[in-house]
Design a protein around this ligand. Structure first.
Ligand code: PMP
Length: 392
């Protein structure tokens, strides 16, 4: 305790009373289907490492090799002296993969959304955003100082009503996640692209979770919805299916040059290490060379999804390897997470403010690397918990 702590204690007490208080838990091993936590071996059902690349030998070796060649820190922002060959090569590889003219990498998805949205919009503009957009998207909208309107989740009719009612503005942005992180459902991208076209707006898609997972080739939610040719640019992250860290925006060469010169979260921050870019290049190669990873991911997803549904558990309208089991009450969700932990499963409760009040959930995420035994153990644990308390 020091003399300033009374400034902060009331907020912590308030969060605690609502069961919203959180703290970091130290995982004592690499991100993999089995982790070590508090000295115990547990099955991890909470990572976004969908394709199992975060701990892949080829990805780690690419990083190690780049560290030997380029050191650890890039030493400056990208535009000063922080661009090394792996940074450039990764952007070329991402653009090629997405069949775009150019790509630009950011230090994280959070930074990419802040930079992208605050470059695209200003006080003379309006942004219409889905209610369930990621926090970084909403923060990007706020940073832009554009007028912000929220449309009901995936509700195209509501969006159209707002579009019709909007004041005269310079630019209209329609903003959505491609694949929603806490519900696992896909945005109605085809309808959103049509509305953007009809009302002369720009559709901005955050495909953090869709990247590497959705679409026949894993190019993401835009591929899955057949709108790649209709959406001029979009962003995605590298810290989920690609198993590394950072984010990208792909689009035209002009658009990327615009971002290089205007996105403050690109301009005024130290370049991510070249080793991270080199690791991502290796991960991207694996993603494209080993489509079997995606096949295993989806097969695993089906096993777990069907098993949970058979038990009568309530899931969101998920269309992805994100399988959120809705519990509702915050304290009950915490209790279920604890009960899972006691049965060897690590899957924390997701509570407000991450999700709306009363919709606390156990968000299970499946990866390509989970075995059938892992999934059976998760299903048995839920069965066991259901036998002792009602969750439905
Ligand atoms: N957008 C979405 C939809 C996300 O789920 C996340 C990460 N949880 C981000 C952006 C932020 O990405 P990063 O973790 O790379 O900052």
């Amino acid at each position: 305790m020091n003399e300033f702590d009374p400034l902060f204690e009331p907020e912590l007490s308030r969060l605690d009373a609502q069961h919203w208080l959180r703290q970091c838990r130290v995982i004592e091993s690499a991100c993999a289907p089995e982790i070590v936590y508090q000295g115990r071996r547990l099955i991890l059902m909470a990572s976004n490492d969908y394709l199992g690349l975060a701990n892949h030998p080829a990805v780690k070796e690419a990083a190690a090799q780049a560290i030997r060649q380029y050191g650890i820190g890039a030493g400056a922002a990208r535009l000063i002296s922080g661009t090394q060959p792996p940074h450039h090569d990764l952007e070329v590889a991402l653009a090629k993969w997405k069949d775009a003219e150019a790509a630009l990498c950011f230090g994280s998805g959070y930074l990419a959304n802040l930079g992208l949205l605050s470059s695209l919009a200003g006080p003379q503009d309006i942004i219409l955003a889905d209610r369930l957009c990621h926090a970084s998207v909403i923060d990007g909208c706020r940073l832009s100082r554009a007028r912000l309107r929220i449309f009901h989740h995936a509700d195209v009719d509501h969006l159209e009503r707002l579009l019709k009612r909007r004041p005269a503005v310079r630019r209209t942005l329609i903003v959505t996640d491609g694949l929603f992180s806490m519900d696992g459902d896909l945005a109605p991208l085809s309808a959103l692209a049509r509305l953007a076209n009809q009302y002369e707006g720009l559709l901005v898609v955050d495909d953090a979770h869709g990247t590497g997972v959705m679409g026949a080739h894993g190019r993401g939610s835009l591929e899955a919805c057949g709108v790649e040719a209709d959406v001029p640019f979009h962003m995605g992250t590298l810290g989920k299916a690609l198993g590394t860290s950072g984010a990208y925006v792909v689009g035209s060469e002009t658009f990327v040059r615009f971002l290089v010169n205007t996105a403050r979260t690109f301009l005024f921050t130290t370049s991510p290490p070249a080793a991270m870019a080199a690791a991502t290049i290796a991960a991207l190669e694996l993603l494209q060379r080993e489509p079997d990873r995606r096949a295993r991911l989806w097969a695993n997803r089906e096993v777990l999804f069907q098993g949970l549904i058979r038990m009568g558990l309530r899931l969101t309208a998920t269309a992805s390897p994100i399988l959120p089991v809705i519990i509702g009450d915050e304290a009950l969700a915490l209790g279920v997470a604890q009960a899972l932990l006691e049965r060897g499963i690590y899957a924390p409760a997701i509570r407000p403010p991450t999700v709306p009040k009363g919709s606390s959930r156990i968000r299970l995420t499946v990866t390509a690397e989970h075995t059938r035994e892992h999934l059976d153990q998760v299903l048995h644990a839920f069965q066991d918990i259901l036998a002792s308390r009602s969750l439905t």
